[in-house]
Ligand binder design. Structure first.
Ligand SMILES: Cc1ncc(COP(=O)(O)O)c(C=O)c1O
Length: 351
């Protein structure tokens, strides 16, 4: 066997249990429960065979996203999902031996990317009440880490940091690239964009996976000062985004009403779900995002298994620091949440 680089030999890969989910009610990966605008499906159906045979063209894609945000296109670059944008950030800025500062628990893909670069990882735990450990982050920033990631709202805790606070952190640390993963910004209405765009050390990441309902097609964006956008472009391949994603993304952005309506429905269903969990006397935490944390009173593993037996998937947070004993529940439209609450109430009585 030929060994890979020592950093690759040592790393713990990010493995998402994503197989065999199609027939189930999927409340485990924060996906849309309704899918994209019908215009997306129509646009893909209408493609002629030559569209398959030709390398993709990207004209208008960044422009459409920039127009949606109301920013100049110089600030925007598309990626094969925000996952690929995260990889690009580490490829471009994550130097060996440099410090990657983050919080824990947070989105699981950052860590293997940092390990792959041979970075030193510093993880600051969220407080017991799941608030952001701001004082500790500010203190660690004094050591001028290479990268700070703020997942906002944080997945899986839902913790929200005010965009002005993040801008303040970035201003206080001009030698640190501050990456703000805003994957769920559509559900909070809060973003460091446009305020951050004047700063040469902040990148915001946003995606069409969740509110636009095209997670399978993979389309995400980095929004930043043009000097950063240009570096991220240097480390991506010429055709990393496939043609279906381009066509779907443009069609999705032409039907912003579909996304707005979905976000409104999710927020209403979230309020309803929170009220039901309160009625059931079950501990929960609902911060930002289309998800929340639920602590069954006992037997987390059995509850998750019993829900699965009822055809409902949720994501166990067993053994995760700070939130051990909980599961993350994706919030979709009202109907799947009603199905979840009915099943969950039955499971609680049975385990
Ligand atoms: C916080 C966070 N960042 C990034 C991603 C990946 O997003 P994308 O589907 O755009 O690659 C996810 C997906 O769940 C996420 O929760």
């Amino acid at each position: 066997m030929i060994k890979a680089r020592p950093e690759v030999e040592a790393l713990t890969p990010y493995v998402a249990p994503l197989e065999g989910r199609r027939a189930m009610l999927r409340l485990d990966f924060n996906e849309s429960t309704i899918g994209p605008s019908p215009k997306v499906v129509e646009a893909i159906r209408a493609l002629p065979p030559e569209a398959y045979a030709t390398y993709p063209e990207y004209a208008g894609l960044n422009d459409a996203f920039a127009a949606m945000l109301g920013v100049d296109v110089r600030h925007v670059e598309a990626f094969n999902g925000v996952d690929a944008a995260i990889r690009a950030v580490f490829d471009a800025y994550g130097d060996k031996g440099g410090t990657f500062l983050t919080t824990v628990p947070t989105f699981g893909y950052y860590e293997p990317c940092a390990q792959q670069q041979g970075m030193t990882i510093e993880e600051i735990p969220y407080a017991g009440d799941l608030s952001y450990p701001l004082a500790a982050v500010m203190q660690r920033l004094e050591a001028r880490p290479r990268l700070l990631f703020v997942c906002n709202p944080n997945n899986p805790t839902g913790t929200l940091v005010a965009p002005e606070t993040i801008i303040g952190l970035a201003r206080s640390a001009p030698d640190t690239l501050v990456v703000v993963d805003e994957l769920y910004a559509a559900f909070t209405g809060q973003s460091v964009v446009p305020a951050a765009l004047a700063l040469p050390n902040v990148v915001a990441l946003q995606s069409l996976s969740k509110d636009a309902g095209i997670a399978a097609l993979r389309l995400g964006f980095a929004i930043a000062h043009p000097s950063i956008v240009e570096r991220l472009r240097r480390v991506t391949g010429p055709y990393d985004i496939n043609m279906f994603a381009v066509v779907a993304g443009k069609a999705a952005m032409e039907d912003r009403e579909h996304m707005r309506r979905y976000v409104d429905e999710v927020l209403a269903a979230k309020a309803w779900t929170v009220a039901e969990l309160t009625r059931l006397g079950v501990r929960h935490y609902a911060g930002g995002g289309n998800y929340l944390l639920v602590w069954p009173p006992r037997n987390l593993a059995r509850v998750v298994d019993a829900l699965r037996a009822d055809g409902i998937l949720v994501r166990s947070m067993a053994r995760k620091p700070v939130i051990d004993g909980s599961f993350r529940l994706t919030v979709g439209t009202r109907e799947p949440m009603q199905r979840f609450i009915a099943a969950f109430a039955g499971v609680l009585g049975a385990v």
